[in-house]
Design a protein around this ligand. Structure first.
Ligand code: NAD
Length: 254
């Protein structure tokens, strides 16, 4: 088992990539703390972990709300004593060219996708620093590096997460804490399905447009990103620090 005895917090793990990663990490021996704003979906993930013989529990918290995040971290520390890995996965989509985006919608994407990485990291880091051991995985996206049409607010946040990952790595390397970023391309999750429905008239045009952006003929699946997250969470990636890891079927390269 590649994550035996590790305590791992995954934000936004009630759906999509977070959910897939939670199930995989539990199968690899981790105790997984499932977090989500959507209580029903979070509990569903936890049920599936338990049905699979895995360990973990669910904590309902909004990653943009400082007090809830602090309480979530305190609760984990009280119960387990430490957090080995924090996976800052929770995120929301933002569609539109810059002039089309309303100020409130812009603000919400910034809040969830950047503040939602800042707050869990802020409250988990002191515990990792005290232990001189830790591992943080931040969810960026290939849009941090390539321009995609009508993704202004979303691209701005994912670029920020990549820059933040590098800055964090420099600040916490002395505490034996690694901080790396995942850069997925288009992955078929509820998040993307919602975006495709609002942006394209029919599903076939949507799928064709995704395939045009990448080199692979396959569509990216949550399990593909979960496997990359597993590599970053395990000691097998111990020499990776402040790195972007691409899971994009060649979208960035192509
Ligand atoms: P998803 O919508 O399926 O899952 C995201 C989860 O985050 C949901 O369960 C949602 O309830 C939760 N969440 C949202 N706001 C929250 C908050 N404030 N507090 C706690 N939980 C909250 O999405 P997904 O596609 O699995 O995306 C997961 C991450 O991967 C996001 O950060 C996204 O930007 C990133 N990403 C996705 C793709 C893709 O193509 N799907 C590509 C690149 C990056």
């Amino acid at each position: 088992m590649r994550l035996a005895n590790k305590v791992i917090l995954i934000t936004g793990s009630g759906s999509g990539i977070g959910r897939s990663t939670a199930l995989l990490f539990a199968r690899e021996g981790a105790t997984v703390i499932v977090n989500d704003l959507d209580e029903a979906r979070g509990i569903e993930t936890l049920k599936d972990i338990h049905a699979d013989g895995g360990k973990g529990h669910f904590i309902h918290a909004d990653v943009t709300h400082a007090e809830s995040v602090e309480q979530m971290v305190d609760q984990i520390i009280e119960q387990y004593g430490y957090i080995d890995v924090l996976f800052n996965n929770a995120g929301i989509s933002g569609v539109g060219a810059l002039h089309e985006v309303e100020p409130d919608a812009w603000e919400r994407v910034i809040q969830v996708n950047i503040r939602g990485v800042y707050l869990p990291s802020k409250y988990v880091l002191p515990h990792m620093m005290k232990r001189k051991s830790g591992n943080i995985i931040n969810m960026s996206s290939c849009v941090a590096e390539i321009g995609l049409a009508r993704r202004a607010s979303y691209s701005a946040t994912k670029g920020a997460v990549l820059a933040l990952t590098k800055s964090m790595q420099v600040d916490y390397a002395a505490y034996n804490i690694r901080v790396n970023a995942l850069l997925p391309g288009t992955i078929l999750t509820p998040f993307v399905e919602k975006y495709l429905k609002t942006s394209y008239d029919n599903p076939e045009t949507a799928i064709a447009s995704i395939k045009k952006r990448q080199l692979s003929e396959e569509l990216g699946l949550p399990e593909d990103v979960a496997q990359a997250a597993l590599f970053l969470a395990s000691d097998e990636s111990k020499f990776m620090m402040g790195s972007p890891l691409y899971i994009d079927g060649g979208a960035t390269f192509g």
